[in-house]
Design a protein. Sequence first.
Lengths: 184, 184
Amino acid sequence: MRQGEKSVGMFFLTSGRLRMQRVTPDGGMVTLHVVRPGETFAEASLFADSYQCDIIAESDAAVWLYPKVDLTRRLRENPDSLWELTSGLARSLHGMRLRYELKQIRSAPERVLQYLRLRDDGTGVYHASGTLKEMATELGLTHEALYRALATLERQKRIRRNGGDLQIMSNRRNDPFQTPDSAD
Amino acid sequence: MRQGEKSVGMFFLTSGRLRMQRVTPDGGMVTLHVVRPGETFAEASLFADSYQCDIIAESDAAVWLYPKVDLTRRLRENPDSLWELTSGLARSLHGMRLRYELKQIRSAPERVLQYLRLRDDGTGVYHASGTLKEMATELGLTHEALYRALATLERQKRIRRNGGDLQIMSNRRNDPFQTPDSAD
DNA sequence: CGTCACATTGATGCCTCTCAAAGCTTGTGG
DNA sequence: CCACAAGCTTTGAGAGGCATCAATGTGACG
């Protein structure tokens, strides 16, 4: 899909990887977003007439297309479906903010720990879905850095490892009544 | 606002800075998002009954509140307003993705250059709104790093500086004339 | 049993952060 | 108009940490 083309609709990526990029006025190339499986993209095409970026498949990829006219009509006619789209966007936005904030953390061990905390469902155990290498790219680290970070955290007894499972060691002292404090 | 409280609605920050954070099951603290002026936040409150995070004001701050019940009713009754909300979310999501991708760039000079390219309206000139220090925080760099990056880029003749203005030097082949509108 | 991908650890270098100091700009008050 | 203060800008020196390159270990699968 090319910059300036008429927008045909919204997409959902089922497999592969896409790169959304833009050619800037000075001739440079800017990557706007890397799409990963399970993501919808080009939502803005519903509100604009043309795409403002190129989309390149970095590997064989499969997508669902929601044709603009159909989707628009459906959304207009059926408020519930629009409500659902909105809720999905809000969720995506929230997820994006989480990832952004995670990336603000420079220290690899800290970043990994926060990542695990975000996924903590209360059990404190995180079963790595997929390989650690994938987790590394998700975290924006090289796999070596991730391995070292995990080793460091384990050495500091802040996590425990068991095969593919990662368990956060509670840093809550024996006082179950802990007041969150704001100071920074 | 505290974790688990009943959600009262969506907000818009007019001034100040807020930090959204969550206490994780193990007692740790995770920053989910830092809200800056001009941003809406807690959009998810429209779809959930309670907040899943604390919101702390890091300075005196002023917000608009869109009460949940009012807003929900209005959105239900008036599809156009819902459509507008949706479009705003899509825009926010896009902006977030841009910032995320920018942060993927480790090299300070490269990141600065991409930042300028993103704001290039065709003229190639970017007038720094506010101070360079602000631009630095927006870029996720220390101000020293930004100054050095700018100096480096200027030394490499990739940008030109003129007071508060920054101009991207075209990296298209040797155009003696800078044609803002270059067609290939 | 060989191959391939993941996992792990070591050594090195570069780059950004940090701390520090000096120049520069702006506004305020005497 | 000048003096002073406060904040932005710029450059320097040093340190720490992640990326990179490299080598070895480990597990799955044919």
